[in-house]
Design a protein around this ligand. Structure first.
Ligand SMILES: NC(=O)c1ccc[n+]([C@@H]2O[C@H](COP(=O)([O-])OP(=O)(O)OC[C@H]3O[C@@H](n4cnc5c(N)ncnc54)[C@H](O)[C@@H]3O)[C@@H](O)[C@H]2O)c1
Length: 296
């Protein structure tokens, strides 16, 4: 496919806003779409602030930063994406919701456009089956936060073409990322390994083996991880972690992937992690986490 000059990003949350920023600072026109207009405003402000920070650190010139801000357009009308070359979907981790979006997108975007999903675990082959262009559907899994993390995991669905793979790899490399490639099995590479570790950390907490602080410190200092697994779960979002565990459980058919009841309870209680101000840890005030946080 010809050089990608415009990208549509769907979902203006943690991941979508970071992906939109990456595209805009790498000279690509971006349409950022979300059904929630508040999410769009928040994303636009956060991207502008981040670009400003890159400018003040000397990592982006005045001209480039002004250009990046100009390239970003926000919309709550999916039809505005009709002319983009490439779409990256980053909405809620639900197969049903993503499939419905892919089916709508397929009718709106031009026939040559590639449809990529940032899904953490959902089958690309099944998302592709909701479209009339399965050879142009692919997984493009950014890590959180997308502007900082060096990796993009590309997932080839059963029918993904070589052209689609090459165009996606080329785009990720334009963003300065290192690419790894996975076949389309639940959790792909990174989450297949990471999420059972996070789930096990919840079991360790649930069964009273240790405190949350000792579990995190153990993994940070004992295995050289930059963040402990519970802290990382809060950063990713406990709802996202739970969705991925459910996909691993069903997709791989092994009870070793059953979500820990404590993880389920946190999500039921709306303690979704840093984005909600509370998850395993309480971020609302430093004092609130000294013994008064929910029983964990
Ligand atoms: N959070 C992470 O660390 C992480 C890392 C890699 C991949 N992912 C994946 O990225 C995707 C998004 O995760 P996130 O953490 O950014 O979620 P988020 O909750 O921060 O943002 C999701 C956004 O999607 C919007 N949305 C929901 N349904 C929509 C629809 N039908 N149409 C348009 N917009 C819709 C919501 O309004 C929200 O703004 C998920 O598939 C997740 O698994 C997340």
């Amino acid at each position: 496919m010809a050089n990608i000059t415009s990208v549509g990003v769907i979902g203006a949350g943690q991941m979508g806003s970071g992906i939109a920023q990456l595209a805009a600072v790498n000279d690509i026109d971006v349409w950022l779409y979300d059904t929630d207009s508040e999410a769009l405003i928040k994303a636009q402000n956060s991207i502008s602030n981040n670009i400003q920070r890159l400018l003040s650190k000397g990592q982006l010139s005045q001209e480039k930063s002004a250009d990046a801000v100009r390239r970003l357009r926000c919309s709550s009308r999916l039809e505005d994406l009709h002319s983009v070359d490439f779409v990256v979907e980053a909405i809620v981790e639900s197969e049903q919701v993503k499939k419905s979006l892919f089916s709508n997108l397929d009718k709106i975007v031009k026939s040559s456009a590639i449809l990529a999903s940032n899904t953490s675990s959902i089958s690309i082959t099944r998302l592709a089956s909701a479209t009339s262009r399965p050879c142009q559907v692919i997984g493009m899994h950014f890590m959180n936060p997308p502007p900082i993390m060096k990796l993009v995991e590309i997932i080839r669905g059963a029918d993904t073409s070589e052209d689609t793979y090459c165009a996606t790899k080329c785009l990720a490399e334009r963003f300065g990322k290192t690419v790894i490639c996975s076949q389309d099995y639940s959790g792909f590479i990174v989450n297949r390994i990471l999420m059972p570790m996070i789930n096990e950390a919840f079991h360790t907490l649930y069964t009273g083996v240790a405190t949350k602080e000792d579990i995190d410190t153990g993994m940070k200092l004992g295995t050289n991880h930059p963040m402990g697994p519970l802290e990382l779960a809060d950063f990713i979002g406990l709802d996202v972690c739970l969705s991925i565990m459910k996909v691993l459980h069903v997709g791989l058919g092994d009870d070793k992937y059953a979500p820990c009841p404590l993880l389920v309870q946190c999500v039921d209680a709306g303690r979704l992690g840093k984005k909600r101000g509370i998850g395993v840890y309480d971020y609302r005030s430093a004092a609130a986490d000294t013994g008064k946080s929910p029983r964990l």
